[in-house]
Design a protein around this ligand. Structure first.
Ligand SMILES: Nc1nc(O)c(N)c(N[C@@H]2O[C@H](COP(=O)(O)O)[C@@H](O)[C@H]2O)n1
Length: 202
């Protein structure tokens, strides 16, 4: 029998159950400081190298912020920043003519891609992300400013874009749509991670 929407009863009941399951876990996991255990790993300021666009970056923040610069020399300068906060400060200080066109809109795709690289290249980090289950992830900024309200929330208010992207990635990892790759197990030591991934899939 079909419902008004054209779904079968069984399909409708399955969708309703999925909706209920999604709503059950309203617990929030807040993170911000990279040195907090265990969820500081969710911060882009957490110190873990990632390979992105054929380069090795000290943190996901370096990889994300480097994409803001047009000139290769400036990208390299951001990549070499001694800390993720300094990488962000350097990128924030760029003149508009040094910033890639449409950065305000393309930065979200870049952040998604950087997060995918971070959590697929590091199975231990993927495990922590998956271990958060269906809990709501929130980058809980301590200072009330536009950056913190865009990527996270301050006093419960904000778009929480980083939290949302992490929850989307968690779903992809938990469902097997994306798989973390263990570099230790791969042939071809000395290669860039992407080359190892390719070598491993041959
Ligand atoms: N732990 C932490 N400390 C800060 O000071 C932060 N601003 C953040 N948030 C991250 O900062 C990045 C800001 O990106 P934009 O330069 O505004 O595009 C972004 O990676 C946030 O997650 N976290």
């Amino acid at each position: 029998m079909k419902t008004a929407r054209g779904d079968s009863k069984a399909e409708q009941s399955r969708d309703e159950k999925a909706d209920v399951l999604k709503q059950v876990d309203t617990t929030v996991i807040s993170f911000y400081r990279a040195n907090e255990r265990p969820y500081g790993v969710l911060s882009n300021l957490y110190r873990r190298e990632i390979e992105f666009e054929g380069r090795i970056f000290p943190t996901s923040e370096h990889a994300y912020q480097a994409g803001k610069a047009i000139k290769p020399a400036v990208r390299e300068w951001i990549q070499a920043a001694p800390s993720p906060s300094l990488a962000a400060m350097a990128a924030h200080g760029l003149y508009t003519w040094d910033v890639v066109p449409d950065w305000a809109s393309i930065k979200f795709d870049r952040m998604r891609a950087v997060l995918r690289a971070k959590f697929t290249q590091h199975p231990d980090l993927a495990e922590i992300l998956i271990s958060t289950g269906a809990k709501r992830l929130v980058e809980a900024g301590t200072v009330n400013n536009a950056v913190n309200r865009l990527w996270g929330e301050v006093n419960g208010k904000g778009e929480n874009m980083l939290g949302i992207m992490l929850m989307e990635l968690r779903d992809q990892l938990a469902s097997g749509a994306l798989s973390p790759v263990s570099c230790e197990e791969m042939p071809g030591k000395g290669l860039l991670l992407s080359e190892k991934i390719r070598a491993n899939s041959r």
